[in-house]
Design a protein around this ligand. Structure first.
Ligand code: SF4
Length: 259
């Protein structure tokens, strides 16, 4: 049985062989220093937002020279609702949910879940600038799984659920945070249910083969996914092409690995 996060579903969809190396064989290298710095900043920001919701002291986390205070204050200015909750709404930081699905389960951690009698809003803090192609986010497994699990584990029908991403660092020379809200629907819910069933069926098939010594499938070189894969040499051996760069592990996926 696997506890599957959105990061693991994304990894599996990106490349099954990479899922095998990273998750089943635990071969992912530690992140590079620059990546680690970004991860640390993001982790500290998430902790800061959680402490703010719990009305705990913030000064220790706000200190330093790394614009943490600026990002924190700008987010609250852009969304005053965060500091002045509606009396009828419930605010839950780092809210964990899980859903059994066949022999596996899905797990989600909502940075903030705001619910009232009429609707439930999932909020997520992103520490990179808002992507130009917002379709990437609407179709990302984080959006799909987070909404799906909430609809399956609460009394809210899909049309009363939404997900809002806050890009807290803004773009270069413009530190104003930006947001993107995505509404959920019954039709999306049914489509995602089918997608999940297909993906889990595939996963079970590959895991069955793996137990008999067969590796998970690779993706074709022509798709461009191997160019920056840190498993290129292990995976392709002598067929690894010159000019392909090693490194750039999928941090988001690895960070959410569940035991
Ligand atoms: S080199 Fe390509 S096929 Fe192999 S694990 Fe990486 S992305 Fe997948």
């Amino acid at each position: 049985m696997l506890r599957l996060s959105q990061g693991l579903l994304s990894l599996l969809e990106t490349c099954p062989r990479k899922f095998q190396y990273s998750i089943l064989e635990q071969l992912a290298p530690p992140p590079a220093e620059s990546q680690q710095n970004s991860l640390d900043w993001g982790n500290r920001f998430h902790l800061l937002m959680q402490q703010a919701q719990l009305e705990l002291p913030l000064e220790k986390l706000l200190g330093g020279q790394d614009n943490m205070r600026q990002a924190f204050e700008a987010l609250h200015q852009a969304n005053p609702q965060l500091l002045a909750p509606h009396p009828k709404a419930r605010y839950e930081s780092e809210h964990l949910r899980s859903l059994s699905f066949g022999e596996h389960s899905f797990s989600t951690i909502y940075d903030l879940l705001i619910s009232d009698p009429e609707q439930a809003q999932i909020l997520d803090w992103k520490t990179y600038p808002k992507p130009v192609k917002t379709k990437l986010l609407t179709e990302h497994w984080q959006t799909k799984l987070y909404c799906f699990v909430l609809a399956e584990t609460s009394h809210y029908p899909p049309k009363q659920i939404s997900m809002t991403y806050w890009f807290v660092r803004g773009k270069e020379n413009d530190s104003a945070p930006e947001s993107l809200s995505i509404n959920y629907s019954q039709a999306q819910h049914e489509n995602i249910s089918i997608e999940l069933q297909e993906l889990i069926t595939q996963l079970n098939h590959w895991m069955g083969n793996y137990r008999w010594g067969n590796a998970f499938p690779q993706v074709p070189l022509g798709q461009g996914k191997c160019d920056r894969c840190n498993f290129l040499k292990r995976c392709r051996g002598e067929h690894a092409q010159e000019g392909y760069q090693l490194g750039a592990v999928d941090l988001e996926a690895i960070a959410e690995v569940s035991p």
